[in-house]
Structure formats: C-alpha cells, structure tokens
Design a protein around this ligand. Structure first.
Ligand SMILES: CC(C)(COP(=O)(O)OP(=O)(O)OC[C@H]1O[C@@H](n2cnc3c(N)ncnc32)[C@H](O)[C@@H]1OP(=O)(O)O)[C@@H](O)C(=O)NCCC(=O)NCCS
Length: 179
C-alpha cells in the first residue's frame, strides 16, 4: 500500500487526461480529478468519509491538505470538497469540506472550513482563515483571520486568476514531459 493513488472501501481515485500527480503526494478513495489538473509535492487528499471533486486545470500546490466531513443525521450530505475549474490552491493550504467555484485563488497557508462557499472569481490572501459556512462573494479580495471582504478585485487580478491556472498547466506539462 505505497502507491500515490489508493483505494478506500473499494473506491479508487479517478484521474482525467494529462494530469500530473507528484509521486510524494497521496490521494485516497472517492476522488475525481478533471483534465490537466496538477497535484504538487506532499499534497494529502483523503476522500474517505465523503467525496472530493476537482475541475479542469486546477492546481493544488505543495503541502496542501484536502479532507471532508462525514454524513450524519443532522447533516445528511456531510461536507464533500468540491473545487471548480482553473482554481489555484497555494502552498500549504487546508481545504476542508468546502465548495469552491471557478477561477479562484486560495493564497498560501489559508484555511477554509466546512460548508464554506467561494463563488467564481475570488482571491483569498495568504494566511487567511475562512470560518465554517461563510460565503465569499464573486469579484472580491478577502483577507484576514477570520477573512473580511477587502475590496473588489482589480482588472489585473481578475486576469491573473486565469493566468495563474494557465501557468500551472504549462509547468505541469513540462513535468509530464520529464517523466
Ligand atoms: C492580499 C494580497 C493579494 C495583496 O493585496 P494588496 O491589496 O496589494 O495588499 P497591499 O500589499 O497593498 O496591502 C494592503 C493591506 O493589506 C495587508 N495585507 C496584505 N496581504 C495580506 C494578507 N495576506 N492577509 C492580511 N493582510 C494582508 C497589508 O499589510 C496592508 O495593510 P495596511 O493597509 O494596514 O498596511 C497579497 O498580499 C496576497 O496575500 N496574495 C496571495 C499570494 C498567494 O498566496 N499566492 C498563491 C499562489 S503561489
């Protein structure tokens, strides 16, 4: 049981086309990755007590941890982790049971807790904490612990959300070519 992709209760992670997964990372159970996703060194993703889904071209950077919350009588769906397309998850981020839209940047070291909904086109500053159940509105920068809405994103920042995703797709293609 030393492989990067591991089954749990007979469910094995599903991986799209042209995906790069660093061999030091671990992905367990009910996880589905879209196309052109990249998973960087020492990422741990555990789709055991609920599922994890990642859209196309999303990157999960080094040392990030992805987990979920189980279903129970009070919360029949539990909290799966759902991440959209073109999402940049910075180094050492904790994503737990939250829903993230498209073209989002989660700054390095951020912590995002159960039931959080992050709409499309949002940037979260490095080191931020997003408390359980909070909704982050499309088009804004959020920073702090707990996060507060700081200001609307600048035009260059909106463009950067896509650029960051594109950069990571290009970088992972170089890594794939090496392997
Ligand atoms: C938030 C961020 C986008 C900068 O935004 P900005 O508006 O240009 O911020 P500025 O540098 O002009 O600073 C404005 C204020 O926000 C504060 N600030 C900046 N970054 C902050 C952060 N991450 N958390 C809390 N406060 C922050 C500054 O100290 C400053 O405070 P002050 O007005 O009291 O002096 C940037 O600091 C950041 O966190 N980027 C994320 C980068 C990242 O993690 N990328 C991941 C991929 S590698």
């Amino acid at each position: 049981m030393t492989s990067v992709l591991r089954s749990y209760k007979g469910i094995f992670p599903q991986v799209g086309a042209r995906v790069y997964i660093d061999p030091t990372s671990v992905l367990v159970g009910d996880i589905a990755l879209g196309h052109d996703v990249s998973i960087w060194p020492f990422v741990a993703a555990r789709g055991d007590v609920n599922h994890i889904r990642l859209g196309d071209r999303t990157n999960i950077q080094d040392g990030s941890v992805l987990h979920v919350t189980h279903k129970n009588n009070d919360n029949p769906e539990g909290y799966p982790l759902i991440i959209g397309n073109d999402v940049t998850v910075g180094h050492k981020v904790m994503l737990h049971g939250c829903t993230i839209g498209n073209n989002v940047l989660v700054g390095m070291g951020a912590i995002v807790l159960d039931g959080v909904i992050i709409e499309d086109n949002v940037m979260i500053g490095a080191g931020s904490l997003v408390p359980p159940g909070k909704r982050l509105e499309s088009g804004y920068l959020y920073v702090g612990s707990p996060v507060k809405q700081a200001r609307p994103l600048r035009e260059a920042e909106r463009a950067f959300l896509q650029k960051s995703s594109d950069n990571y797709v290009a970088t992972k293609n170089e890594y794939l070519a090496e392997s």
